[in-house]
Ligand binder design. Structure first.
Ligand SMILES: *[C@@H]1O[C@H](CO)[C@@H](O)[C@H](O)[C@H]1NC(C)=O
Ligand SMILES: *[C@@H]1O[C@H](CO)[C@@H](O)[C@H](O)[C@H]1NC(C)=O
Ligand SMILES: *[C@@H]1O[C@H](CO)[C@@H](O)[C@H](O)[C@H]1NC(C)=O
Ligand SMILES: *[C@@H]1O[C@H](CO)[C@@H](O)[C@H](O)[C@H]1NC(C)=O
Length: 358
């Protein structure tokens, strides 16, 4: 096992002090002070100190989450499918951690390996909660004992459809190309954060931080920069307006390019119903888009049809068990998604209990 403490370089405190243009450092000291004592839940740490059959390609699955009901039910489904596929042939999946950035443990820590970190200081996220992600990764990488040499950054609305191999190489992480991340079309804004001497903006990959599989030591370099860049972008009205809800994805893409890191773009990393019609040989279903169909099986996107599955229908509590399957004619990817949600909710103990809310 690699004892992280001895390898530690700068503490996040130092890195974060570089962000002083945004808030009083005083604020952060108090936050970090209380954090260190209470940070470790049982979970990724400690349960298996001696590593047998070390496989150097194993990657740790890390999902950033909050304690909201909406985040909880998605994490439970995600963890269920992680356990289902983890030991199948072809998998190089290692342990799992839910990095909970709500600052205190919740009622899922017995069910899902969890590491509690602090949210950004009050007000700093300006209502854009995903700005907490880079800060969550900075804290986790600094404080947790992570056996694997690689990390998968995942999100609660990911479902593993197949055992996932390590798609990354030592110095070349793997990411998913998002069609709407287009650095070249935003050169003027990007240059505020990616100076000319760093190279052409085409060095910036069309990705976000998730899904990405990356060498842990590279992520340790990139994460503080990612946090820095995302806060500076949020602080710049022009950038905030141009990038909106994908700001934090651009921030990761820029931060990794600032470190000279480029990603192998893997279209098969993920599929996004309803736009991708078949699961095929892809690895992860990302159910971020609503799936609305009429009873003839025709997509009615943006309009509630006769049948729908949309995670946003369940903001304050979990979907019920045994959702109705879509009408005939709906793409296989959507049918598969609903079946996988149903399998998980049928098998996760106490699905209807307060675990999903409380
Ligand atoms: C964050 O950005 C500021 C302003 O560019 C810089 O001075 C500081 O060194 C950066 N810190 C890190 C950790 O990148
Ligand atoms: C956490 O510890 C409790 C008590 O030791 C144990 O029952 C539970 O399974 C553990 N949870 C995880 C996720 O390891
Ligand atoms: C990760 O990258 C570092 C340098 O960037 C390299 O020294 C190390 O060997 C790599 N680790 C693995 C497991 O490939
Ligand atoms: C699920 O719902 C269908 C109707 O949509 C019903 O026929 C089936 O029996 C239900 N299954 C379970 C396990 O409740």
């Amino acid at each position: 096992m690699i004892e992280r403490k001895s390898l530690r370089r700068a503490s996040p405190l130092f890195l974060v002090l570089g962000l002083g243009f945004l808030f009083a450092a005083y604020n952060f000291f108090s936050v970090i002070g209380h954090n260190r004592a209470s940070i470790t839940m049982n979970g990724s740490d400690g349960d298996d100190p001696i590593i047998k059959n070390w496989e150097s390609l194993r990657f740790h699955v890390a999902v950033t989450a909050t304690d909201s009901p909406y985040s909880k039910w998605q994490c439970r489904i995600m963890y269920y499918w992680y356990k289902r596929v983890k030991d199948m042939p072809g998998s190089e999946m290692g342990k799992f951690t839910r990095i909970l950035h709500s600052g205190s443990p919740d009622n899922l820590i017995e069910e899902i390996p969890t590491f509690v970190v602090d949210p950004l200081p009050e007000g700093l996220d300006r209502g854009y909660i995903v700005l907490n992600r880079p800060w969550a990764f900075v804290q986790w990488l600094e404080s947790a004992t992570i056996e694997e040499e690689y990390i998968l950054m995942a999100e609660p609305d990911h479902i593993f459809v197949r055992p996932l191999p390590n798609l990354a190489h030592e110095t070349r992480p793997a990411g998913y190309p998002f069609f709407y991340i287009k650095p070249a079309e935003h050169e003027k804004i990007i240059r505020k954060f990616f100076p000319k001497e760093k190279g052409p903006v085409t060095n910036i990959d069309p990705i976000g931080n998730s899904p990405v599989i990356i060498n842990k030591s590279l992520l340790e370099e990139i994460a503080p920069t990612w946090m820095n860049v995302s806060l500076r972008m949020k602080d710049d009205p022009e950038t905030d307006k141009a990038f909106g809800w994908v700001l934090e994805m651009y921030a990761y893409a820029i931060a990794s390019a600032l470190h000279g890191v480029q990603h192998t773009l893997r279209k098969d990393f993920m599929l996004q119903p309803p736009w991708d019609l078949e699961v095929g040989k892809n690895f992860i279903i990302h159910y971020t888009y609503g799936c609305d169909y009429n009873l003839k099986g025709e997509l009615t996107y943006g309009k509630i049809g006769g049948w729908r599955f949309d995670k946003r229908s369940y903001l304050s509590g979990p979907p019920p068990k045994n959702l109705s399957l879509p009408p005939p004619g709906v793409p296989e990817s959507v049918v598969r998604l609903v079946k996988m949600v149903n399998e998980a909710t049928a098998n996760i103990p106490d699905w209807d209990s307060t675990r999903n809310s409380g």
